[in-house]
Write a new protein. Structure first.
Length: 138
């Protein structure tokens, strides 16, 4: 988050409100990737529209909520496909788009949140390890 802010702040106005100290959140590596991609996507949209971006971080019931407010951006046009891709392919990740914001939810309670079928297939493939290359060539 700090690296993104340091890189993004000169190009656009950035406001960050961090309320994460109220509850513990232990991110998975996949969470960090989703957060990084969402911040980059939102930052690029704000920069292209020559506007600011507001970021709010909160944790509720073991879920990290990252709210990105984008002023003067057609958020649905800029981010809807991206949000669906994240939600369907990354486990324990929901990305929702509103008229003026993107909401990324990273779930910490992994036992109760079912995976989207595409994310489940990806996790199965990842867990099974590399394929036997000889078999692929044959």
């Amino acid at each position: 988050m700090q690296d993104w802010w340091r890189d993004q702040a000169p190009a656009t106005g950035v406001t960050v409100r961090d309320d994460m100290r109220q509850e513990v959140f232990r991110p998975l590596p996949i969470h960090l990737g989703a957060l990084d991609e969402t911040l980059k996507w939102g930052g690029e949209a704000a920069e292209a529209a020559d506007t600011r971006i507001d970021v709010e971080l909160t944790v509720q019931d073991g879920t990290l909520h990252v709210w990105l407010g984008l002023d003067r951006v057609d958020v649905r046009a800029a981010c809807d496909d991206f949000a669906r891709l994240l939600s369907h392919t990354l486990p324990y990740t929901d990305c929702l788009v509103g008229d003026d914001h993107v909401l990324l939810r990273l779930h910490g309670d992994l036992e109760t949140d079912p995976l989207h079928p595409l994310a489940a297939a990806g996790m199965d493939a990842y867990a099974s390890g590399p394929k036997d290359r000889r078999r692929l060539i044959e």
